[in-house]
Design a protein around this ligand. Sequence first.
Ligand code: EPZ
Length: 417
Amino acid sequence: MEKIRVRGGRRLEGVLSVSGAKNAVLPAMAAALLTPEPVVLENSPAVRDVATMIRVLQRLGAADPVREDGRIILRVPEIRSPEAPYELVKTMRASVLVLGPLLARCGEARVSLPGGCAIGARPVNLHIAALEKLGARIQVEHGYILATGRDLRGAEIIFDSKTVTGTENVMMAATRARGRTVLRNVAQEPEIEDLAALLNAMGARITGAGSDTIVIEGVEGLRGAVHPVIPDRIEAGTFLMAAAITRSSLRVENCRPDHLVAVLDKLRDVGVRMEVGDSSVRVAPGSPLRAGNLITLPHPGFPTDLQAQYMALMTQAEGTSIITESIFENRFMHAGELRRMGARIDIDGHSAIVQGATPLTGAQVMATDLRASACLILAGLVADGETTIDRAYHIDRGYERIEEKLRRVGADVERIR
Ligand code: EPZ
């Protein structure tokens, strides 16, 4: 099984370019189910989850997708079979994003119920409850969500709590429901705004995406569209922290600083010096890092997908940081691996108490999920000696050629067997 080997102690220098966002392209790909016409997604990242979503869409009836120059061309002339099977959904929970579009397109869907994952139970009860409010009849049987609803109707829906893919699923279903749908207490992530922009380019009538209330006027049908996927703010945040933890001078380009406000604020708080441009951020080697408490929150708060990387950073900061994870109940698996590298971290319920600055030593560690693997790479960049990260496949799910990108700015990172 592939591993990633990092030799620490090098300063990085140069430019890191950000790819398209994994969490924006996946719902956008599912949206192609809503029309028989071609949907062209530009700036699509070459990550493994995209390949998995392509396989799911092919099962449903997508003609062979074209992938060239960072573009994906998808066309679903008809829904051949409205089933997203267990063997695909178990490898990628985001496959559940086909549920809403299938209901809207053909009034029927059989989608394997995503199981739990390393970071939490992650139920989809909010998706189901909201789709039922649009008039879908839903049962869960033999591990599958069985949904029917040939005549979805607009409704007023208040989510009990914010859910990113739940908002996206229901927004897509409501585009072709009869009448108006009002979604309240929705997630406000930039990926949701990006999906609404695509759907509106396809002829939908959506307003309010990015705020906590979205209004959708149902339409008869949707057409094809060409859409540039937004840059990946989580990849950008990871690179900013790679620069900060190695005290390097780096420019992170092709990003959207306006999607990273909470992250940039937090990094400034802990002593990272940055110049922020329209589509780039330059990190300058600065004063020693200071400890900083953090709580992860739905957007526009600090993203949970950067919590692990921030924990690695805080191992190198002077003082005690308390990191509270408010989104997922089990997202501190990386703490144990950082401790193997010499970090001083105690877990107390939903909080991790990190003492710094602590010199890290290279070790054999194991990635438990996508963002944990990014955290371990960052720790490896400052550790003394060699770090070998097992289960490297996690990182490929959401980062496009990360070791190549890091090597280009001077890091000693490579893939080994
Ligand atoms: C999205 O997951 C992202 N994935 C996650 O990124 C990200 O961590 C998460 O949003 C939060 O920002 C994609 O966009 C593909 P949620 P999602 O529904 O939509 C609970 C990464 O590393 N909940 O907003 O699945 C849930 O258990 C991944 O790229 C319910 O209880 O997250 C969690 O505690 C990891 N019932 C909270 O809400 C539901 O029906 C937020 O989850 C839905 C969610």
